[in-house]
Design a protein around this ligand. Structure first.
Ligand code: HEC
Length: 121
């Protein structure tokens, strides 16, 4: 093979390999070491966040905003519609919880759970 072409291919491969760098601590620098962003599960992470911050208003027969956050199916539907993250960030809707926003760590954990496919794990 022509040396010039080989050289060009190597440069292209190096260039492409350098494009993607998906490191949680690099994406969310403030979370380094204190926030568990690797073992994010529905039962172990999301349910505790929702039950301590949200279900006091979003459960029962007349949930606030007609939003129920007590079952996987409810939460998955609201997450898939984008409404869950919008409410946590206060994007276009009142920021939730109404008493003040969640920590950056908890918001990131919800975002990671959504990004990972909203598994019922
Ligand atoms: C103190 C009660 C209270 C708590 C706690 C609370 N919410 Fe709400 N939430 C409301 C009320 C009231 C509305 C209706 C607001 C409106 O539509 O003006 C609402 C609306 C919403 C909506 C619909 C957004 C919209 O306006 O269309 C979502 C999604 C939501 N809440 C998610 C959450 C999440 C997630 C949490 C926990 C992090 C949470 N809420 C905690 C009272 C609460």
């Amino acid at each position: 093979m022509n040396r010039y072409i080989l050289f060009l291919i190597i440069i292209i491969v190096i260039f492409l390999a350098s494009c993607y760098y998906d490191n949680v601590e690099a994406l969310y620098p403030s979370l380094a070491s204190t926030c568990d962003t690797t073992n994010v599960t529905f039962s172990g992470t999301i349910v505790p966040i929702l039950s301590s911050n949200c279900t006091s208003c979003h459960s029962g027969g007349a949930p606030s905003g007609s939003i129920t956050l007590t079952s996987y199916a409810n939460v998955q539907t609201i997450a898939a519609s984008g409404m869950l993250m919008n409410s946590l960030k206060g994007t276009g809707v009142p920021a939730m919880p109404l008493s003040g926003s969640l920590s950056a760590c908890k918001i990131s954990q919800v975002q990671i759970w959504i990004k990972n496919g909203m598994l019922n794990n």
